[in-house]
Design a binder for this molecule. Sequence first.
Ligand code: ADP
Ligand code: ADP
Ligand code: ZN
Length: 218
Amino acid sequence: MILILLGPPGAGKGTQAKELAARRGLVQLSTGDMLRAAVAAGTAVGLKARPIMEKGLLVPDEIVIGILAERIEQPDCRNGVILDGFPRTLAQASALDDVLTNKKLKLDAVIELKVDDEVLVERISGRFSCAECGAGYHDAFKPTKVKDVCDACQATKFIRRKDDAPETVRARLLVYYRETSPLIGYYYCKGNLHVVSGMGPIGEVAAAIESIVEGAKA
Ligand code: ADP
Ligand code: ADP
Ligand code: ZN
């Protein structure tokens, strides 16, 4: 099963992708996570991506397409994947079509998470994650059960993304509307698009996504 979660920064793509992956035995493929890992490891891709990501701009298509195409070939992806943060441009969407055609795979559903802009800013400004296992949290909306202790792995170190600072968030939103939102029309025309409100609580959004995925399976 191949699913795409589409939506602006802070919409809840990562949160929902992780839950859905756990529920259905799928693999979450987040190009943002892959790029941050490359930056942390100081690879050639990481060195190139770092200043671009810090500005909230998009890493060039050929780089992102390359890492995604390589990752999706790995044996753990055979059961199916949830693409989180990819594709982000029409060129990436078209490259994904080619990858899937070559592998004789079909795109099952594209789920657009719709969230108001003010709420996005609120979500991004409170976002943090576990430095050990990557579990995602929010100061107000999804705090850890025990203060400063990760629910999932009990680690006590957390990170906040540098590009989640308010001045970068505005740039990232603009990039979303300019470069990524045309994909909504692209997938609508292909008949793959499902729109979900991402405004409700995490569990409610998860239930709406679940019913779409259940329907797409048929
Ligand atoms: P968010 O979850 O807030 O939408 P991501 O973690 O997906 O953010 O992405 C963080 C940054 O990584 C982006 O601002 C961009 O610089 C880079 N990036 C991630 N995915 C892509 C992609 N598909 N194409 C180009 N750049 C990407
Ligand atoms: P994205 O991957 O789309 O950038 P995230 O999944 O990282 O978004 O979510 C952004 C922030 O909002 C995180 O701190 C997360 O805990 C929180 N969040 C996600 N979904 C919801 C929701 N439905 N209601 C309230 N907060 C949410
Ligand atoms: Zn953890």
